[in-house]
Ligand binder design. Structure first.
Ligand code: ADP
Ligand code: MG
Length: 396
């Protein structure tokens, strides 16, 4: 993105046909019912803006990873229905992505009306960033708007090649908001900047750690990844998930981070059990104890929550990725819920990103106390890693 990158409200759209790349990649049941419509709701501000300003709107998105002959579950038809309900106005659905029917329907839309094309990934050329496919998508389009933050880390045809073809282009309101908040985490953050990291693997989060160490004043580490750090200090962690190949990385980070201005805090107590199961016997492993060799650490303990909460309380900016424990099971959810409460109570600007972290925040019931919940899982991690996302770069 450059200083010249436009937002949708800086572009004249009246009477123009506007292609909006949305992220309607919503979770579905086996029967194809939508289980969480957060991403559809997040698309509404841009679509309302365009409709109120007289644009002819052509929406497109991917959904899942269709393979071979498409099934009804691969279709965006259900999304079109939900979108219409949420907007309170009709949404036309085109069973084609490109082709004669799509051409006809694109031409027929009137100012303010919305058309949703079929799942982009049904055509294998989408993920190949195929220029010919992009040229087909571009037919009859005057303006390109990217509002699909969750797909911006992929150089696919509707994200990259299409944006290269259309000169009048910009960000949707959701994409603009995502960048506005996530850039706080990576560019000139305030002095009291607390980063909370958790989740399964250290190896998944190395690029994020490397980019944020030196920027954050404090890094709080929980989740399974904490055990590789604890093991690197020679601590006994029982059967907790440790990544032996990353022990050296952790050891080095613990010694180099303070010199770069980042304090790192690790869990001081744990909830441990022999298995990841709901009704299993658990043990609180206190500060002076070690995790029994038959057990693994599955959540941070109460003292760790208190320790982390103290840092969170005085923060100006908080970025959180990765749950503190196996929050999907209530027995091991206390640490994640305790940290969520602390973040919700703090006056800081708070940003939560990552697929499971977002589910955890919703489970806590505190989502409305968070300043920004990112709609992009992989994309938010790549952004926090300091990478330039292809979808943002393509907007010029
Ligand atoms: P995100 O999707 O937010 O980036 P991750 O995918 O990295 O987060 O990690 C989420 C997963 O980490 C959750 O499914 C959770 O059960 C698991 N997890 C957290 N703590 C532990 C732990 N101590 N042991 C095993 N798994 C854990
Ligand atoms: Mg995940």
């Amino acid at each position: 993105m450059s200083a010249q990158t436009k937002t949708v409200n800086q572009i004249e759209v009246k009477g123009r046909t506007v292609f909006v790349r949305n992220d309607f990649n919503v979770p579905l049941t086996d029967q194809g019912a939508i289980t969480d419509d957060t991403r559809i709701r997040a698309s509404l501000p841009t679509l309302r803006h365009l409709s109120e300003n007289g644009a002819k709107i052509v929406c497109a998105s991917h959904l899942g990873r269709p393979k071979g002959i498409p099934t009804p579950k691969d279709s965006l038809r259900t999304v079109a229905k939900r979108l219409a309900e949420l907007l309170g106005k009709p949404v036309q659905f085109c069973p084609e992505i490109i082709g004669p029917e799509a051409e006809k329907m694109k031409k027929a839309i009137k100012a303010g009306e919305i058309l949703l094309l079929e799942n982009l990934r049904i055509d294998s050329r989408e993920t190949k960033n195929d220029p010919e496919f992009a040229r087909e998508l571009a037919k009859g389009i005057d303006v390109y708007i990217n509002d699909a933050f969750g797909a911006c880390h992929r150089a696919h045809a509707s994200i990259d090649a299409l944006a290269e073809i259309i000169s009048l282009k910009g960000m949707g309101l959701l994409l603009e908001k995502e960048i506005r908040y996530l850039s706080m985490a990576t560019q000139n953050p305030p002095k009291k900047y607390v980063v909370i990291l958790g989740g399964v693997k250290v190896s998944d989060k190395i690029p994020v750690i490397e980019n944020l160490v030196g920027k954050a004043s404090c890094l709080l580490i929980g989740g399974a990844m904490a055990y590789t750090f604890l093991a690197s200090q020679g601590k006994f962690v029982g059967r907790s998930k440790v990544e032996p190949d990353f022990i050296e990385f952790c050891k080095k980070l613990l010694t180099t981070a303070p010199a770069k201005g980042t304090r790192i805090l690790l869990p001081i107590d744990h909830i441990a059990a022999a298995k990841i199961e709901p009704d299993i016997t658990v043990r609180l492993v206190g500060q002076d104890e070690t995790i029994p060799d038959t057990m693994m650490g599955l959540d941070i303990g109460f003292d760790t929550v208190k320790l982390f909460a103290m840092e969170i309380e005085s923060a100006e900016l908080i970025v959180w990725n990765g749950p503190m424990g196996v929050f999907e099971i209530d027995t091991f959810a206390g640490g994640t819920m305790g940290v969520a409460q602390a973040v919700a109570d703090s006056k800081a600007t708070s940003i939560v990103g990552g697929g499971d972290s977002v589910s955890a925040i919703h489970k806590s019931g505190l989502a409305d106390k968070i300043t920004h919940i990112s709609t992009g899982g992989g994309a938010s991690l790549e952004y926090l890693s300091g990478l330039i996302l292809p979808g943002i770069a393509a907007l010029g």
